[in-house]
Write a protein that binds this ligand. Structure first.
Ligand SMILES: Cc1cc2nc3c(=O)[nH]c(=O)nc-3n(C[C@H](O)[C@H](O)[C@H](O)COP(=O)(O)OP(=O)(O)OC[C@H]3O[C@@H](n4cnc5c(N)ncnc54)[C@H](O)[C@@H]3O)c2cc1C
Length: 468
């Protein structure tokens, strides 16, 4: 039995490990264009900010592949022929035949859609090659995290449209460091890049199309605090602003905004989202959703026999019946494991548990758990802002019901650290708002030097119906 896995990210490697546990003697081949070793994509910014080395971001020892008996192929897959059960590879590499195929090819960055968006000095921040590019733009070469392993290598087994190609560096063409960096896109990747620019001693401009930063995840009041903190660090935050075009002679020099204003710009990171990295499957006959995600059933099987998909590239069914990829680290990990079980013949179904995430937005802690979606009319929030030795906001999202009939379904917390496992347990236990407020300190995850959150009795009341 030959298991071929396209992708050496968290979905691909977790599937490979799970397959090896089940099949001692099976052939397992991992194909990856981007990197030799599995690394944590979520930690890319820490390398750029000089806080981690490349090696620090590799969750497994490098001898994992040899120990587990995995064959590695560093090449770009350019198509699948399900009838022949083979994968075509770029360059002059022979096709790879398989018995079971897992596609775990992740996401690619959404490119700059504006005129001039392909000028040197404009790029994205999703891949190892993006990191290598931005290190050169910001630091003139590898930063304190060291050189990106083999991300510089010009693979013969690649194609011009690959998201893993190197791009020209404006700093080299210009001969000087950037003075006027810009980041476009008010989401998690955008703010991470802003932080790396601040760490490099620059004062970037942050262009956000929406009315406030990250409306998908936080509300206007929470966002106002983040924007305030960004401005304190010298970031020029432009909300409700769009780009018309970029201009420059040989490399980007300025951006024209939708207001007609022209601003200097000699480095720009476009962080306007990612999309399933599946365009290489266009002529493979494998069903994809309109956004490019590979349509899979509950057992992560695709429309083609013997072909499965997991991670950012898989279009799965959500709790509300909609279908799209999940694009998260831990869901990709879980999908990789479920796909391995399905490929081994188990009767399994992928079912995502409660949503959770945590991050640090500049120096503000952020924890979210459960259902915190501002699109649900029937939910209401209990909200408390603390301004003392610690500044924090606590949002507890409830389903309708008066008094203790209201059930907590989500949490959005800023400024303090919380243990999401406890928060998720309370959601699963269908706890009431008053019960959660009584026990909130049990979910504390702050260091012992941080004073506990005290909620005054008058703030504990649930908002009345009119205020919801
Ligand atoms: C900057 C950044 C920060 C993030 N932060 C968070 C976070 O805080 N929390 C969170 O939950 N998620 C975060 N994410 C998202 C998370 O990293 C992804 O959901 C996760 O890495 C997806 O894993 P994957 O295995 O599906 O794909 P990927 O990690 O994208 O791996 C794709 C693999 O496929 C290979 N590949 C693709 N196409 C081909 C081809 N044609 N031929 C050969 N090989 C190919 C690549 O070489 C690579 O090995 C972040 C993402 C980014 C970019």
């Amino acid at each position: 039995m030959h298991h071929v896995i396209i992708g050496n990210g968290v979905a691909g490697i977790e599937a490979a490990i799970a397959l090896r546990r089940r099949h001692e003697d099976a052939r397992i081949t991992l194909v990856s264009e981007e990197s030799e070793h599995f690394f944590s994509r979520t930690a890319l910014m820490y390398i750029l900010a000089g806080q981690l080395t490349h090696r620090d971001t590799e969750p497994y020892e490098r001898d994992l592949y040899a120990r587990m008996g995995f064959t590695r192929v560093r090449a770009r897959a350019i198509g699948v022929d399900p009838a022949a059960r083979s994968v075509r590879l770029a360059g002059d590499l022979a096709p790879l035949s398989y018995d079971r195929l897992l596609i775990a090819s992740g996401s690619r960055p959404r490119p700059a859609p504006w005129p001039g968006g392909d000028l040197p000095g404009i790029g994205t921040f999703v891949t190892h090659q993006d990191l290598a590019w931005l290190e050169r733009e910001l630091h003139g070469g590898p930063g304190r995290g060291g050189a990106a392993p083999a991300a510089d290598a010009h693979l013969s087994a690649s194609t011009d449209d690959s998201p893993y190609r190197q791009r020209p560096v404006a700093r080299t063409l210009r001969g000087s460091p950037p003075q006027n960096p810009m980041v476009i896109g008010g989401g998690l990747i955008g703010i991470e890049v802003i932080e790396t620019m601040l760490a490099a001693g620059l004062k970037p401009r942050f262009v956000i199309r929406e009315e406030f930063f990250w409306p998908m995840a936080i509300d206007a009041a929470e966002s106002a605090w983040i924007q305030e903190r960004l401005r304190e660090h010298g970031v020029d935050v432009l909300t409700a602003t769009q780009i018309e075009r970029f201009e420059g002679d040989g490399a980007v020099e300025r951006a024209v905004l939708d207001s007609g204003q022209t601003v200097p710009c000699d480095l720009c990171v476009v962080a306007i989202g990612v999309m399933p990295n599946t365009d290489w499957l266009a002529d493979s006959g494998i069903e994809r959703d309109p956004g490019g995600g590979i349509v899979v059933g509950p057992d992560l099987r695709s429309s083609a026999p013997g072909v499965y998909a997991a991670g950012d590239c898989a279009s799965v069914t959500w709790f509300n019946g909609s279908r799209r990829p999940e694009q998260l680290w831990y869901t990709s990990r879980d999908q990789g494991r479920v796909a391995a079980a399905a490929m081994s013949g188990d009767d399994v179904a992928y079912k995502r548990g409660h949503w959770y995430n945590s991050a640090k937005l500049i120096d503000i802690e952020y924890t979210t758990a459960g259902l915190v979606d501002f699109g649900y009319d029937d939910l209401w929030s209990w909200f408390h802002e603390e301004r003392g030795a610690v500044r924090s906001t606590t949002r507890i999202v409830c389903r309708p019901g008066e008094g203790d009939q209201a059930r907590v379904v989500g949490f959005n917390m800023l400024g303090r650290r919380w243990d999401h496992t406890v928060l998720i347990r309370w959601i699963a236990e269908r706890r009431s708002l008053s019960w959660v407020l009584d026990h909130l300190s049990e979910a504390r995850f702050d260091t012992e030097l941080v004073p506990p959150l005290r909620i005054p009795p008058e703030a504990r009341r649930a908002p009345d119906a009119a205020a919801r």
